[in-house]
Design a binder for this molecule. Structure first.
Ligand code: PNS
Length: 164
């Protein structure tokens, strides 16, 4: 049977333990998994794309069938270029569902052969998001256990040492 390549797209600003949990689950389900960082983000990111890619690579380097890449433009075009069969996304709570359903159905309309697969992260991470991690950290709260240790160190450099 042909190998199944899945793409896990997102902003990853920064990667959280919830993302990592999903990467681990995805790596066990699919032959290969590409974590793909969107480069043309409309939001104002905290970390640059190269910083986010580096954190993802350092965090996921021990998982042999996972690689990290960037993409711009439409996700379906990138997936087609990579010959991926699956888009992997995480759903934490009901509130994620509407947005995710819209994206999955639009992607299906654009690329009917590409299947979106949703996985749930471990219960402990269902409330964790990059946005909340950024917000909590910027206001002096602790995010230990919610992000990989190297991400916490990079947050410290970025927020308190003003590293560009
Ligand atoms: O982590 P995020 O920000 O929720 O990820 C959103 C992402 C990157 C998956 C989504 O914005 C996306 O796929 N953007 C690429 C442009 C695209 O294909 N848009 C149509 C999707 S329906």
């Amino acid at each position: 049977m042909a190998e199944i390549l899945a793409i896990y797209p997102g902003s990853f600003d920064p990667i959280t333990n919830g993302h990592l949990d999903l990467i681990e689950r995805g790596s066990q389900l699919f032959d290969r998994l590409i974590v793909a960082v969107l480069t043309n983000l409309e939001k104002n990111p905290l970390f640059t794309v190269p910083e986010r890619v580096e954190m993802l690579r350092e965090t996921a380097h021990a998982i042999p069938n996972v690689s990290v890449d960037t993409f711009s433009g439409l996700l379906v075009d990138y997936a087609r270029q990579k010959q991926a069969k699956v888009i992997l996304r995480g759903i934490r709570a009901f509130t994620d569902y509407e947005y995710e359903l819209q994206m999955a159905l639009m992607n299906r309309k654009l690329a009917p052969d590409l299947e979106t697969v949703f996985l749930m992260p471990a219960l402990a991470y269902t409330y964790v998001s990059s946005r909340l991690v950024r917000e909590v950290y910027q206001h002096g709260g602790t995010v230990t256990c919610l992000v990989p240790p190297l991400v916490e160190a990079r947050l410290h450099q970025k927020v308190f040492q003003g590293k560009k």
